[in-house]
Design a protein around this ligand. Structure first.
Ligand code: CDP
Length: 241
């Protein structure tokens, strides 16, 4: 990868996302569920609730609570991941909740909890963003009232070049200025970002370009999410005929 002519090892253009796949209704026992993938990164999300929160002293009479859990499955990464929570998974669970909350009408469900469980089946960078996309669809599938869908993507920089949807190989790029990774989440139809996380360094003037790339790529993600939700509604209607 040189600065003169950006060549990504998978042949993508700088602003090109990996192939996206989305499917809604993948966990029959859940109230809502979805799968979302960016290339080899595959996330699955299941939503349960709203249901009464226990223990009762944690209940909030003016709003419901969104409880997100994110984790990598042991076989999702090359070096087997030890099962159970870690500092990394606790952080990602927390920021996933922050990314989704602005889209969900939690005030409609006082004293309750909505559980969102996200598991990564296969990881090749961008797992938190794939997880947020899956969770957003799973919440809609569960019939939770939402202001919007949430679209999420990792953008960044390898040396001086801005790129979308980094692979693990790109995240590990060490030459020149190295790699910078920006995880963003955006409400699909309004100008509101619900997550901005950066790992690395970036020149302030490049942030504007990153924001533009975020808007464009989120539009593509939104189309994929909408199609998956429409497909499940249509297949449910077919079954009822
Ligand atoms: O996955 P995401 O980019 O949201 O988060 P990260 O913490 O920057 O992790 C980047 C990548 O490192 C993951 O997607 C995995 O491919 C890899 N990873 C790993 O191989 N083993 C771990 N225990 C954690 C991450």
């Amino acid at each position: 990868m040189t600065t003169k002519q950006l060549k990504r090892s998978d042949g993508r253009k700088a602003n090109e996302l990996r192939k996206m796949t989305a499917k809604v209704g993948v966990v029959p026992n859940a109230d809502g569920s979805a799968m979302f993938s960016f290339g080899d990164t595959v996330a699955i999300a299941a939503v349960y609730g709203p249901r009464q929160l226990h223990p009762q002293h944690l209940q909030n009479p003016s709003t419901g609570i969104l409880r997100c859990v994110y984790d990598l499955l042991s076989f999702s990464v090359y070096d087997r991941k030890r099962p159970g929570p870690s500092r990394r998974s606790n952080e990602i669970s927390k920021v996933t909740g922050w990314a989704l909350e602005p889209a969900v009408d939690l005030d409609a469900f006082p004293n309750t909890v909505i559980d969102v469980q996200i598991y990564i089946l296969q990881a090749d960078a961008g797992t938190r963003t794939a997880g947020i996309n899956a969770a957003s669809m799973a919440l809609a599938h569960a019939g939770i009232p939402m202001r919007d869908l949430v679209c999420s993507v990792a953008l960044g920089k390898i040396d001086k070049d801005l790129i979308a949807d980094l692979t693990k190989e790109e995240e590990d790029f060490k030459e020149g200025e190295g790699a910078t990774d920006f995880a963003i989440a955006k409400l699909a139809t309004c100008d509101e970002f619900s997550l901005l996380q950066m790992d690395g360094k970036i020149q302030p003037e490049k942030v504007k370009e990153i924001t533009k790339m975020a808007e464009e790529t989120c539009k593509e993600i939104y189309e994929v999410q909408k199609k998956a939700l429409k497909d499940v509604v249509e297949s449910d209607m077919e079954e009822k005929k």
